[in-house]
Design a protein around this ligand. Structure first.
Ligand code: S3P
Length: 424
């Protein structure tokens, strides 16, 4: 599917967003292994989160949709009749593997062509330390054959800042004997720890050391997923690119391990306000108002890179239009996302006549650059599709985005929501 995007003058309106992708995955997995019924409101509409529901249903959870909510009856999982399909979703395969490693049966889990290229050694290594038996293509790639076994708790220091790896170990730890400890040299999103507590597990966090007691009995819960801040990022950037903007986004998740985005935007000059801060299911939620602003340049590196990893494609677009440009360092993880995001940014910017210097673990974009009309390409990556749809709003003519349907991986309503707030 190709989208045609015309230049815009302003962004205006009031919108709400589908549920956070990261939180939706976690609620679905925990609801499926918890005793009794869970009701999840505002569950992500993205294809990735439907892949997780599909896997949990194949593992025996009963899943229904009632009045727009997802109702899950959980309990002990059962051996799936066929291969589990994680689709495009790294979160599904990596986090679910932690649960599967401890079940009394064998499962096979794989996904699409992009997922089949993504590194799995990072979860296989700690799970093996816990006693798991996992086979992978070439020893490191999906599909995985996971032969469930009794597991033992470990004390594990994350070798890279990855919430998926942390979550995989913690979910395996739920079924392990003893206390599982995960140490994080760099803080990553803590939705798993919060959700585990909500479902009744015993988890403590102290100075980036997480301790989970094995063998907890989880029970079903009623939960509401906050709007996805990583999806909001595209609209925030769209507003900040325009000479006129007044946009309110209702009910966005503002967990402090995710909201570095807002701090960064404010630090480079964004006029951004949080209107009504509240809590749901242990997660912070608020309404955001953004107005037209003068954006200066910035640097993203170290722990900040880990905290902003999903927002970097959108921020790169803002960086090119800012007065001082954007430098990103310590971001080699971008090379192993749904596509090599550094290469995909460079390719699409080149098509727009925007200069970008790349490095193995980052890039530099000078500010004050003009975006020329171009034929853009998502490379099958949802965040690249959305970032360049937003860049196209600031171009000097009509742009096309090829394979724009990739946006549906996290946000099927992206283009209709964008059209709703764009003024020509
Ligand atoms: C996620 C963690 C991050 C992020 C991904 C979602 C999660 O991945 O990029 O979109 O839900 O835990 P890594 O764990 O690979 O950093």
């Amino acid at each position: 599917m190709q989208e045609i995007i015309a230049p815009a003058r302003a962004i205006e309106g009031v919108i709400s967003l589908p549920g956070d992708k990261s939180i939706s995955h976690r609620y679905a997995m925990l609801a499926a292994i918890a005793e009794g019924e869970s009701t999840i409101a505002n569950y992500s509409t993205g294809a990735d989160c439907q892949s997780t529901l599909g896997c949990m249903a194949a593992l025996g959870a009963s899943i229904e949709r009632k009045d727009g909510e997802v109702v899950i009856h959980g309990g002990a999982l059962a051996e799936p009749a066929g291969d589990l399909d994680a689709g495009n979703s790294g979160s599904t395969i990596r986090m679910l593997s932690g649960i599967l490693a401890a079940q009394p049966f064998t499962s096979r889990i794989g996904g699409d062509e992009s997922l089949s290229r993504r590194p799995m050694q990072r979860i296989i290594a700690p799970l093996r330390e816990m006693g798991a038996w996992i086979e992978a293509r070439d020893g490191k790639l999906p599909p995985l054959a996971i032969h469930g076994r009794p597991l033992t708790a470990i004390d594990y220091t994350l070798p890279m800042p990855s919430a998926q790896v942390k979550s995989c170990v913690l979910l395996a730890g739920l079924f392990a004997q003893g206390d599982t400890i995960v140490r994080e040299p760099v803080r990553t999103r803590d939705h798993t720890e919060i959700a585990l507590r909500e479902f009744g597990a015993d988890v403590e966090t102290e100075r980036r050391v997480i301790t989970l007691r094995g063998g907890a009995k989880l029970t079903g819960r009623e939960l509401a997923v906050p709007g996805d801040l990583s999806s909001a990022a595209f609209f925030l950037v769209a507003a900040l690119l325009m000479p006129e903007a007044n946009l309110v986004i209702h009910g966005v998740g503002l967990n402090p391990t995710r909201s570095a985005l807002l701090d960064f935007l404010v630090s480079i000059g964004a006029s951004l306000k949080v209107l009504d801060l509240r809590q749901t299911g242990g997660e912070l939620v608020g309404d955001l108002r953004v107005r037209e602003s003068k954006i200066s340049g910035g640097v993203i590196e170290g722990a900040m890179t880990a905290a902003l990893i999903d927002e970097i494609p959108a921020l790169a677009v803002l960086g090119a239009a800012s007065s001082g440009g954007l430098t990103v360092r310590d971001a080699s993880e971008l090379r192993v996302k749904e596509t090599d995001r550094i290469a995909a940014l460079a390719e699409n910017f080149a098509r727009m006549g925007v200069k970008m210097e790349t490095a193995p673990d980052g890039f530099r974009i000078e500010g004050g650059q003009r975006f020329h009309a171009a034929e853009l390409d998502s490379a099958g990556d949802h965040r690249i599709a959305m970032a360049f749809a937003v860049a196209a709003l600031a171009a000097d003519g009509l742009c096309t985005v090829a394979d724009a349907g990739a946006a549906a991986v996290s946000f099927p309503e992206f283009f209709s929501t964008l059209h709703h707030i764009v003024r020509k």
